[in-house]
Design a protein around this ligand. Structure first.
Ligand SMILES: [Zn+2]
Length: 564
């Protein structure tokens, strides 16, 4: 049974009308027709697990073409962990539509995080066709939302009232029975990337107990398997509180390989987050997750480190300098007063939209160029020239001119344009021609090609091509038979064949061939027969000995060397 919560809706609408339109153009009225089923005594805007389950099912019922609800796993106490997909053609995977992953409530008491996830779903489905941004995202993205990663912990934290901030238990972890009288693992210390390396805690009673092993918990396993089964470009894991936007690494102060995209997107999201909540700590502070001290086992390090997902934590309202009745008893910083919920939701949707909009190509927020050689390796003979086609694609944020430089082995002549102009989104091909001097000995040589933005010298991109120079004279025994080691040849006639290949550049090269047969004994092998083929081949029966062929075959004359 679904009961309408008109008071909540009326409040959402009034806040919506006040919405400061972000750069992505959220409409003034973004919510309609909330649905909710009460399963515990509490009756606040906050969703406990039963209410969330009922509301997600109601959304799927109301929007069967736009939403799909599935369980990604079960908790210790047997609750389903719900994931909702929002997209057109929702029942099929559409590889051309980038996937996004938003989740909340890794930590039980962080109730606001559930609401941000839940209302983002509502924003998308309620505004499909009426709002260009929501319509675009539904038609061009595959958005997955897991509002409550840790329902066991959330239910425990809610106490008997479920969703009344006054009855909270201040619980953070899940509800694993640790077997020593304590309960719970910090799910955000349990992910299997550099697990336990820094900020580790093996004390089961600790708030940040990382678990007995990495991915020991069904909730983190569910998120792991879910992420592996998709191709997420970006993710936000919502936490509270402190008004931060955090990106990898959490375990180390090292810069991540994609630091420029990660930090730029972090700043962009911060720039889009509004302040309807009226925080004195606004704006949200973007920074690397390790912050003042490293912690390991967080989900974003694993999502980024193993899967390359642009993974963020957003710590919600309130900030450190916020005070007042909204977060004073019976409320607190994890469970702010109800009238803060929708403003915090509305503040954060533009950040989620920001990430979703750029997911088709995250490089579009930075200066960026990609060079793709074709071919990326080829054989070039001494004293000749080979050509590589290099495709340059400016997938960065603006039209730019790029200096092209190269470096290669000394003596090789490498020609290419000195600079190229590329419109934003534009591509062009240029030719790299490489001349190998006559004296070059055979082998593989690497040439680096670099493009550097004239506008922003920190924007540079390198790629490489391989020049394979042939050896002029080169041969190999590519196969032979029989091969007996520590064995015994039978008496009589034995066929031994060997295939010789000319791997060099020159044709019909006169190779010297030598055959040695040794008697194996307890000491060193004792040569009993050596033939260098240079004087005559009288000791051999010759089959197919023809220098015009790539292989020839000889037989040892059994009359001359019977028994060897
Ligand atoms: Zn948290």
């Amino acid at each position: 049974m679904i009961s309408m919560r008109f008071s909540r809706w009326a409040f959402a609408l009034s806040v919506g009308l006040l919405l400061i339109v972000s750069s992505f153009g959220l409409p003034a009225s973004i919510f309609a027709e909330p649905v909710q089923e009460e399963t515990k005594a509490g009756n606040t805007i906050y969703h406990d697990y039963g209410e969330l389950t009922a509301d997600l099912q109601a959304i799927e019922f109301a929007y069967p073409l736009l939403t799909k609800l599935e369980s990604i796993g079960q908790t210790w106490e047997g609750r389903e962990i719900w994931a909702m997909k929002i997209s057109d053609n929702v029942d099929i995977e559409e590889p051309d539509e980038p996937e996004l992953f938003f989740n909340g409530c890794h930590h039980a008491r962080e109730w606001l995080t559930v609401e941000v996830c839940y209302w983002f779903i509502i924003y998308l489905v309620e505004n499909y066709t009426s709002d260009p941004t929501a319509t675009y995202l539904i038609e061009n993205r595959q958005i997955w939302v897991v509002p409550m990663v840790n329902p066991d912990g959330r239910e425990y934290d809610g106490g008997a009232q479920g969703d009344e901030p006054s009855s909270y238990q201040n619980w953070r972890k899940n509800r694993r029975n640790n077997g020593d009288g304590t309960f719970g693992v910090d799910l955000n210390r349990n992910y299997g990337y550099m697990w336990g390396v820094s900020g580790a805690c093996s004390d089961t009673s600790s708030e940040v107990y990382g678990g007995p092993s990495e991915f020991s918990e069904p909730e983190s396993q569910a998120c792991r398997d879910f992420a592996r089964n998709h191709s997420f470009v970006g993710s936000i894991s919502f936490h509270s509180h402190s008004m931060l936007i955090l990106w990898p690494w959490g375990w180390s102060f090292e810069e991540p390989p994609d630091n420029e995209v990660l930090s730029t997107l972090g700043v962009e999201m911060s720039n889009n987050i509004t302040n309807l909540a009226g925080s004195s700590s606004w704006p949200y502070t973007p920074e690397q997750a390790c912050g003042l001290y490293p912690t390991s086992g967080g989900d974003i390090d694993w999502l980024y480190g193993e899967l390359g997902i642009l993974a963020y934590v957003t710590e919600l309202y309130p900030g450190g300098s916020d005070g007042g009745a909204a977060i004073s008893a019976p409320y607190n910083r994890f469970h702010p007063r109800e009238d803060k919920v929708i403003p915090v939701v509305l503040d954060n949707i533009p950040g989620m939209v920001c990430m979703s909009m750029i997911a088709d190509n995250p490089n579009q927020i930075i200066d960026h160029i990609v060079l793709t050689p074709n071919p990326d390796s080829q054989l070039i003979n001494q004293d000749t020239t080979g050509y590589y086609m290099i495709t340059a694609h400016n997938d960065g944020k603006r039209t730019d001119t790029f200096d092209i430089t190269s470096s290669g082995p000394s003596g090789m002549t490498i020609n290419h344009p000195n600079a190229i102009n590329l419109l934003k989104g534009g591509s062009m091909n240029f030719t790299l021609d490489v001349t190998v001097p006559a004296f070059y000995i055979g082998g593989d040589y690497t040439i680096w090609i670099n493009a550097t933005s004239q506008t922003n010298p920190s924007c540079h991109y390198g790629t490489q091509v391989t020049v394979t120079v042939p050896f002029y004279y080169d041969t190999a025994i590519v196969s032979h038979s029989p091969f007996v080691e520590n064995g015994q040849y039978p008496q009589g006639s034995i066929d031994m064949t060997a295939e010789v290949m000319n791997l060099g550049q020159a044709d019909l090269d006169p190779f010297n061939l030598t055959c040695t047969i040794s008697q194996m004994g307890a000491s060193l092998p004792n040569p009993v027969f050596t033939e260098d083929f240079e004087t005559d081949l009288s000791q051999w029966t010759i089959h197919d000995h023809d220098q015009s062929q790539s292989s020839s075959e000889w037989k040892l004359d059994p009359a001359a060397h019977n028994g060897v």
